[in-house]
Design a protein around this ligand. Structure first.
Ligand code: NAD
Length: 364
């Protein structure tokens, strides 16, 4: 693999992956991104001037542009991460999720199919299309059990339904046209450069600003957390060694309730950046109205990727969280720059609930 076209490379996982590939693996990356509110080239400043990273501003619903970019750069593989990714936003406005996640993935698949058909036999055989998806397509678990690659799809939010649709399209392009696709379904990621609307950066920044730490419902919802660097290495492993047509679940084996996550953040901040009044940041926790249709628990059985491809996460939740909190403390300027005024860490995702205002401000 010498050259990869990566969609969504200015986002959270994408920017970490671009760096992982360019710096860690010596691969050239063409980063195709629309730069929505979630995409920021600020996250890739350290790669400025590196000829192995080329940024192309584009929208994955633009078939013609995608075709021209594929023809121009002749990548050995495509890694598809571009998406609308925030569940709360999908509750407020599902249309954008259908456009980017479903129509965009379809359009990209069409462009890639055209490109793949134009390759000579050897290049076509080694070409790969890696589709990056989520464990949320499987729906919600009770208090026990795990998602495996054969768990039936049961998406519950507009976000997860749009990702499920994209997964099915990718699968169909393998079955119908023979396109060498790989799909990964991953649990919740955390780490550097995550947009501050997501749980972990939101809590860190609100804590530091003396704002409430809004925990949805009872805080008992469970997610399996994976440090983003571990996810990047898993994607690289699947791209190189995965069997075309196969699905690989990726997880951190780190189940935590949302409340445990918030407690961990508070405790780390208490040690690293104590409050001026010496009280714990836990004082700022507030239980707020739950997300409509909030899935109770996600947990991944990642034994297939471990067994077949030899991948396992390196970070524990404790080591990954310490790195993450330290990164945010050292990069508060990045946080300020990526919030461009349209999003000020207000509550999202309540607009469909009867009688509830569209935006709930975080007021202590
Ligand atoms: P993100 O929201 O941080 O980044 C998404 C990126 O896609 C942004 O840079 C944005 O500008 C770009 N984008 C959006 N619409 C586009 C379009 N129409 N054309 C081109 N670019 C567009 O998302 P993320 O958290 O980095 O997630 C990346 C991928 O991984 C997504 O497909 C997501 O579903 C999947 N995933 C995320 C997680 C997680 O915990 N974050 C877990 C599992 C899977």
């Amino acid at each position: 693999m010498r050259s990869i076209l990566l969609t969504g490379g200015a986002g959270f996982i994408g920017s970490n992956l671009v760096r992982h590939l360019v710096r860690g693996k010596g691969v050239s990356v063409v980063n195709y991104d629309k730069l929505t509110y979630a995409g920021n080239l600020e996250s890739l400043r350290d790669l400025e001037g590196d000829p192995r990273h080329v940024f192309v501003h584009g929208d994955i619903v633009d078939r013609e542009h995608l075709g021209a970019v594929l023809a121009k750069y002749s990548p050995d593989a495509v890694m598809h991460l571009a998406a609308e990714s925030h569940v709360d936003r999908s509750i407020d406005g599902p249309g954008e999720f259908i456009s980017t996640n479903v129509v965009g993935t379809f359009t990209l698949l069409e462009a890639v199919r055209g490109y793949w058909n134009s390759l000579d036999k050897g290049a076509a055989e080694s070409f790969r299309f890696l589709h990056v998806s989520t464990d949320e397509v499987y729906g919600s678990l009770g208090s026990d059990g795990f998602f495996t690659e054969t768990t039936p799809y049961a998406p519950n939010s507009p976000y997860s339904a749009s990702k499920a649709a994209s997964d099915h399209l990718v699968r169909a392009y393998r079955h119908t046209y023979g396109l060498p696709v790989l799909t990964t379904n991953c649990s919740n990621n955390y780490g550097p450069s995550q947009f501050p609307e997501k749980l972990i950066p939101l809590m860190i920044l609100n804590a530091l600003d003396g704002k409430p730490l809004p925990v949805y419902g009872t805080g008992k919802n469970v997610r399996d957390w994976l440090y983003v660097e571990d996810h990047c290495e898993a994607l690289w492993t699947v791209l190189r060694n995965g069997r075309p047509g196969e699905v690989y679940n990726i997880g951190g084996n780190n189940e935590r309730t949302n409340l445990q996550v918030v407690h961990t953040i508070c405790d780390l901040l208490d040690a690293l950046r104590p409050r001026p009044d010496s009280l714990s940041y836990r004082e700022q926790i507030r239980f707020v109205q739950d997300r409509p249709g909030h899935d109770l628990r996600y947990a991944i059985d990642a034994s297939k990727i471990q067994r077949e491809l030899g991948w396992a996460p390196r970070e524990t939740f404790e080591t990954g969280m310490k790195k993450t909190v330290e990164w945010y403390l050292e990069n508060l300027e990045w946080c300020r720059r990526v919030q461009d005024g349209r999003y000020q860490r207000e509550r999202l995702g309540l607009s469909s609930v009867n009688g509830i205002p569209e935006r709930e401000e975080n007021i202590l």
